[in-house]
Design a protein around this ligand. Structure first.
Ligand code: 48H
Ligand code: FE2
Length: 254
């Protein structure tokens, strides 16, 4: 076999263009590839929902890569242990009800589960706006390459239509804030101080449709609700991603 560089280029360009074109209209878009977004996307894919995960950075994983203060371990509590099992993430019981896993393995296994479930990943892609039509629902996303945004280049974006949008952008709740900023009937209260027990016990109540077509999960759910932060415990992120997937699937009747 003689390698042809042009064939390699064509393979990459044709396949990624096809993936993008295939997702210009989809059931669900998950914005943000941290733990909640990954869990949500994987579980949506498993339900047969056509779904893309859009991540502005080069790498998937969000705040889970860094564990706690760059010690790459995460803690997950009893309530979410079944999700570690479900995604085949190895863990050790540290004390009763506290499980410790390697953050790199957790990111890798969640990502692999989403890939296996047919989720398409668009990294290096920033959601910079949303589409809201006459029906008052979010019907799609306005996307651009992250380097365009970083360089401050004046390059207009493209759009992707989706029936349901999941804001999994973490502490900043970027999508909810865009809606708020442009006058949508949505208030982002902003996250409160650290209180792990409270933050983790409330997150499922905050994981919901906060604006027609827009669901919030993970840290974004707590930020919209003005809820506390929890530090490097990730059970709530996984459970919230699971809840968001259930709510979106319900909306799509899957
Ligand atoms: C595309 C975007 C955009 C955009 C942001 O921060 P994350 O890991 O989010 P969660 O909620 O899944 O997990 C939170 C967790 O990591 C954490 O920080 C915890 C538990 N903290 C507790 C504490 O007390 O500090 O991931 C969000 C992802 C990131 O990868 C961003 O790059 C991405 O969203 N993102 N992607 N378009 N506009 N904005
Ligand atoms: Fe954080």
């Amino acid at each position: 076999m003689t390698l042809n560089e042009v064939t390699i280029s064509r393979a990459i360009l044709e396949e990624q263009h096809r993936a993008l074109i295939d997702h210009l209209e989809m059931d669900a878009a998950v914005i943000g590839g941290g733990p909640s977004g990954l869990a949500c996307a994987a579980l949506l894919g498993e339900r047969g929902v056509s779904c893309a995960l859009i991540e502005k950075k080069l790498s998937i994983g969000g705040g889970m890569w860094g564990g706690g203060m760059m010690f790459p371990r995460i803690v997950v509590q009893e309530e979410a242990r079944r999700l570690l099992d479900r995604f085949d993430i190895a863990y050790k019981e540290f004390e009763e009800g506290y499980y410790v896993a390697k953050s790199v393995e957790a990111v890798a296994k969640l990502t692999a589960a989403a890939c296996d479930a047919g989720v398409e990943f668009f990294n290096l892609t920033t959601v910079e706006d949303v589409m809201i039509r006459g029906d008052g629902r979010i019907g799609g996303l306005v996307v651009n390459w992250t380097p365009v945004d970083m360089a401050g280049l004046h390059v207009d974006p493209l759009t992707m239509a989706c029936t349901c949008t999941v804001d999994a952008t973490g502490h900043d709740a970027m999508i909810a804030r865009m809606v708020e900023k442009k006058g949508g009937a949505l208030k982002v209260k902003g996250e409160s101080f650290m209180w792990a027990e409270r933050a983790e016990s409330r997150i499922l109540d905050h994981t919901k449709e906060v604006f027609p077509g827009l669901f919030v999960t993970g840290m974004a759910a707590n930020a919209v609700a003005g809820e506390c932060r929890m530090g490097p415990i990730f059970g709530g992120m996984l459970l919230s991603g699971e809840r968001a997937a259930e709510l979106v699937a319900e909306r799509l009747r899957r």
